[in-house]
Design a protein around this ligand. Sequence first.
Ligand code: AMP
Ligand code: GLY
Length: 424
Amino acid sequence: MNILLLGAGGREHAFAWKLTQSPLCTKLYIAPGNAGTQNCGTNLSISPNNFEAVKKACLEHAIEMVIVGPEEPLVRGIFDFFQLDEAIQHIPVIGPSQEGAKLEGSKAYAKEFMAEWNIPTAAYREFTQANLEEGLSYIDTQTPPIVLKADGLAAGKGVLILNDKEAAKTELREMLSGKFGAASSTVVIEEFLSGIEFSVFVLTDGNNYKILPVAKDYKRIGEGDTGLNTGGMGAVSPVPFVDQIMMDKVETRIIQPTIKGLQARNITYKGFIFIGLIRVNNEPYVIEYNCRMGDPETEVVLPRLENDLVELLHKTHLQELHTLDIQLHPKAATTVMLVSGGYPEAYEKGKTILGADAIKDSIVFHAGTKMTEAGVVTNGGRVMAITSYGDHFQEALAISNKNATQIHFEGKNYRKDIGLDLIE
Ligand code: AMP
Ligand code: GLY
């Protein structure tokens, strides 16, 4: 099968790494990919948001399956674009329809969906410019911290947690006046939940679902979970505090009603659902849905999956997921992200990266990297994810941390404490 994978991050390198292990994968193309995916297949210099260019590449390379890594093409409707075009409607697209992608693309939609299906989540209200005054009064009735969320996609910056009401009111005004463009023309204000977060990944074909390995990512730039939010500085899988009792609650209270809700709304959804959860008093609550896999969670989830990924995704398309069982790797995995100096604020690109190829006891997934005549250079904030296996995550962490010292580029930064808060 010829496969086209869309995206350019560490998540996509992990997908590419896993897909090429399948005997069912004939040729793999990645658009646009990075210096790591180039070793798994052919990079195509195409933006995943340019659907016409994606279509052209599909026809040119006789693509038989498209796998969508990031959310943006899904939220923009790439699934529907394929369905509506006779020339490419035979090509399965792994990812939800545009309506399904609203679970990530609109926080207000996701909250309303959860309310309808009684899925546990923080209490909320939504506001626009038309009822701004009501929003300001609502903030007065709340006890800080106050959580404000831009309704639409805001490149991971659309959630603000304010410790005082006046600051929250100022933010609400600014958001509704276009702080995040159209993404914040609606704002969700929700109850603050205090607890520990984890991520559950589900692959669904619309009728059936499979639960993938659970993971926890580390979003803050600094050790001890301090400093600014990032795309993710590392992840572990499994997550020790997420036991079978917790997973049973997640499955019956959250996963099953989510799938039933999608079916009841006639939403076509053949792809991944990433459920961001928080444990409050030992009960799971949904913080958010994403319509794709997580990054860097994928860099620990896929290494722990023993199944043939092409087969899993093909069965997803055929709506035959019930015929397969998920096979887990017995070891734990930890990934440590190397980032550019200055990230998540301004940083420089184009720094030469040395030492990655010599690493043999970890899997080095490229994220923001690029191949140039002078070799591999940095090309983003998050540069490489170093994934290791161990009997437990600390053992895996020690290997990743050791190897983090073996990869060199100017300004390299990383957290050495991924998972250490989980030691009981
Ligand atoms: P989101 O983009 O919805 O994942 O939110 C980003 C981060 O904000 C989450 O990972 C949480 O750490 C935090 N957050 C979001 N909603 C809440 C909430 N209701 N209570 C506490 N923290 C939250
Ligand atoms: N690691 C969080 C995300 O992918 O959204």
